[in-house]
Write a new protein. Sequence first.
Length: 131
Amino acid sequence: MIPDSVTAYQIAQDHCAAWTNQTPEMVAGRYAEQTTMSMNGGDPMTSRSQIADMAAGFMADFPDLVLALDTVLVADRHMIYAWTFEGRHKGSGNKVRFSGWEEWDLDDDLKVTKSLGWYDAEDYDRQVAGI
């Protein structure tokens, strides 16, 4: 299936809801069995379990996190979605708000086969530290 703009928006909205609802397995379930995910050019995660572990780590650090959908673009089976992450860091107690975006390639079942994402990691670190 090739998603139209309404379907792409729903895919991204469902992904944000999985983050906000604190369900790492649902986050990982958005990805295909054969997948790669990389943030800021880092080493790629290549399994759903790695993605679930990463999500669970953020969810533990930000028990009140909200991932909000900003915008979506779609062309064929390729989509870009921009998001804003907000929450209070459990360890530091500091409120953190940062934005980013991801490029996704989708399979016929609309699962993510490849994800490349970016956000300002230095800004994130400053906010967590309260600087």
